[in-house]
Each structure stands twice: as C-alpha cells, then as structure tokens.
Design a protein around this ligand. Structure first.
Ligand SMILES: [Zn+2]
Length: 194
C-alpha cells in the first residue's frame, strides 16, 4: 500500500478506557430493506463513534468476517471496519469513516461472500486497484491506494454504504437462483422454530 498509514483501531478489552462493555450486535441479512438504504455521512467524530466502531469490530471478529459495514448492524452511517490478517493473526482492525472510491483501475475476479448474504459465495469482478478517500475515527482525512484483496474488501464494504450487495454484481440468473435457495433456507428456519 502506498500513501498514508491506515488508522488502526486497537481491539478493545472490556473495562478499557472507553468505559464501554463490548456489545456484539445482531447482523442483518438479505433481504432486509435496511441493507438497501443509502448510509449517511458521519459529521460528528466523538466518543460514541469510537464505541460504535469498537462494537462493529467485535461483531466482525465474532462472526467471524473480514469486514463489516455499519448498515449490516442496522446503523445507516458511513462506517466500515476490516481486518485482512489471516485467521489466528487478527487483532489490528482498520476503521474508515465516510470512505469513497475516487479512482479505480484494472479488473480482477475472485470469490466473495458476505455476513449479510447467508450460505452463498460467488465470483465477483472488481477493480484491481483503487484510490480511497476517507477519514479516521478522529476525523483526520486519509487518501490512500489499495490493490488486490485489500482493494476488493474496500469495494465490497463501501458498496454496503450505498445499499449494494455483492449479489447485485452477478447475472440475474445467478441472483434468481440464490433467491430460490434463500427461500428454502428461510422456510427451514420457520420449521425449526415451530
Ligand atoms: Zn458484505
């Protein structure tokens, strides 16, 4: 990665200086309409924002997932967190506020899944390289480049802030097949409940 250093969000411990009990939030799944809303830019960079980002990080680690966007826990604000480290080496979480892809180049196809899209993964075409503008949790401006897997995760998470899911990038046939599969999953859920 070239340019500025990622803002690191230290994985918090209960009872740390935030005086905040970590809350694992419920992850909202497709087809909940909350996932389709355009998230609002963050304008206040306060302690509550740090608490929210901390909850998001813990929710992501617990799931476990590589990244999480605020709309996935029902908060319609432009916040994403992610940790690209392999399983077992995680703990340095990056939080980006109001992130935007300002430039993209090249094409890459790779498999994606999503904590909000149950039991499904598929190949998605993304930019191979991107330039991102964002802010840190303290509101400091960032401008950096990312490529490969890092670029893919950024594009996936930033999509969430605009109500877009990775399945929207697939052919309508593949999307229809997934919707059928999901219907079955949801029916099985109901049967298990009763
Ligand atoms: Zn996702």
């Amino acid at each position: 990665m070239v340019g500025t250093v990622d803002p690191m969000l230290q994985p918090p411990k209960i009872g740390d200086k935030l005086h905040h009990e970590i809350m694992i939030r419920k992850i909202i799944t497709f087809p909940d309409p909350i996932l389709r809303k355009e998230a609002k830019p963050v304008t206040v960079f306060d302690e509550a924002l740090k608490v929210l980002a901390t909850d998001m990080a813990e929710t992501m680690y617990k799931a476990p997932g590589v990244g999480l966007a605020a709309p996935q826990i029902g908060v319609s604000q432009q916040i994403i967190v992610y940790d690209l480290a392999p399983e077992g080496e995680k703990g340095q979480c990056t939080a980006l506020i109001n992130p935007n892809i300002v430039e993209g180049q090249g094409k890459a196809i790779d498999e994606e899944g999503c904590l909000s899209v149950r039991e499904f993964s598929a190949n998605v075409e993304r930019f191979e390289w991107v330039r991102v503008e964002a802010a840190t949790l303290d509101g400091k401006p960032l401008n950096f480049e990312a490529e490969g897997y890092h670029a893919r995760v950024l594009q996936h998470e930033i999509d969430h802030l605009h109500g877009v899911l990775f399945i929207d990038h697939l052919s309508s046939l593949k999307r229809t097949l997934y919707k059928k599969k999901l219907k079955k999953i949801l029916m099985e859920d109901k049967e298990n409940e009763s």
